[in-house]
Design a protein around this ligand. Structure first.
Ligand code: SF4
Length: 365
């Protein structure tokens, strides 16, 4: 079984922090885009059963009902498993009842809402166009149509944001009564509106305190912390995203999409002109065993449960301890081995990148 990611790059508004592959909604090119996408899928997809399908963006929900229907018709190409997790990313300001009915007709069973904050001042900094009321209305509508597997994305670590602002956003999230939250720290990327406006990043220590506060708050309310930035009620983890963190293969279709199929990692072009011209590929690379092991570590240690030692051995025909010197990191309690799994001590998750660098530098030659 495989997973599929489909990228819909159109947005009706550009957020100030956004570094994704996106373009302004333009009715004139959407049908050409969907035709190019259909052609890409027909050329690459080998008919495997699909266990998760994720339509991301961009903002897939900014497409009109007719455009969404065309997209869903293209998706009928896939051989979806009966229990397929089918997610679509939406923004609260452009999702309505008609679109939700369409989701239902085409078996969408999970919706991920780009919310980022409920605070009007923060939303202004991020250049987001919805408000708190829109989010409550959207969640209510989704639940009306029995789409209860809902995620919201929130962002912390924004200049001017306080721990009290975070608490208020979390209190509002709890009132939504939904099973999943992704809480990301703001990363200032080059060429974003924020970077161009010389935005000053927040102090690192304050950002770390915010992260600690978020983890503590959600853990107390039965949201299991299962990945660095992701928390869910039991059995509502994102199965699709776990495919990435388990270093499993998946198809990526659409502008700028990444994929990993037949031991090849690839990245599609970010040029819409090239994409419409069906020149999809930007880069591809056959993955050597060493790189695969590196990916297993980088992706696997994002999970709170970390890397299962026997699965590592089955996959690579060698023990993780024969691959890396880990004694020092275990002794310093940066890493923990509970007998089955090796994982990053929760205390150090906020600096997990530093720990990963130490592990990868400790490779046994
Ligand atoms: S963050 Fe999402 S909605 Fe905002 S511009 Fe980027 S892709 Fe579009």
């Amino acid at each position: 079984m495989k997973s599929v990611y489909i990228h819909i790059p159109f947005c009706s508004n550009i957020c100030s922090y956004c570094d994704f592959s996106k373009i302004y909604y333009n009715k004139k090119i959407i049908i050409d885009y969907l035709n190019a996408l259909e052609n890409e899928i027909k050329n690459k997809y080998n008919g495997e059963i699909i266990k998760t399908l994720y339509i991301g963006g961009g903002t897939p929900s900014c497409l009109s009902v007719d455009e969404l229907e065309k997209l869903f018709n293209i998706i009928t190409i896939f051989n979806l498993d009966n229990n397929c997790e089918f997610t679509i990313e939406c923004n609260p300001e452009n999702l309505d009842e008609e679109k939700i009915k369409l989701f239902k007709n085409y078996n969408v069973n999970r919706v991920s809402l780009g919310v980022q904050s409920f605070n009007p001042e923060i939303l202004k900094i991020l250049n987001r166009k919805h408000n708190k009321k829109d989010v409550f209305k959207t969640v209510e509508l989704l639940k009306k149509y029995n789409i209860n597997n809902i995620n919201i994305d929130l962002i912390f670590g924004i200049n001017n944001q306080t721990i009290n602002d975070i608490k208020e956003d979390l209190d509002t999230f709890i009132n939504l009564n939904i099973p999943h939250i992704s809480y990301y720290s703001l990363i200032l990327e080059d060429n974003t509106l924020l970077a161009l406006k010389n935005y000053t990043p927040i102090d690192d220590d304050l950002c770390a305190s915010m992260y600690e506060y978020i983890c503590g708050y959600l853990n107390k309310r039965n949201y299991e912390h299962y990945e660095i930035s992701n928390f869910s009620i039991s059995n509502y983890e994102s199965i699709h995203n776990l495919t990435y963190w388990n270093n499993e293969e998946y198809y990526g279709f659409g502008l700028g999409a990444h994929g990993y199929i037949n031991n090849i990692r690839y990245e599609n072009t970010r040029s819409i002109t090239k994409y419409l011209d069906k020149k999809y590929l930007f880069y591809s690379d056959k993955i050597s065993k060493d790189i695969n092991i590196e990916n297993e570590i980088i992706l696997g240690l994002r999970k709170i449960k970390g890397i299962n030692k026997s699965r590592f051995k089955d996959k690579f025909s060698q023990e993780i301890y024969d691959t890396f010197y880990l004694d020092d990191l275990l002794e310093k309690k940066y890493l923990i081995d509970d007998g089955e799994n090796i994982f990053i001590n929760e205390k150090y998750l906020f600096v997990s990148n530093e720990i990963l660098v130490m592990i990868l530098n400790n490779i046994r030659k």
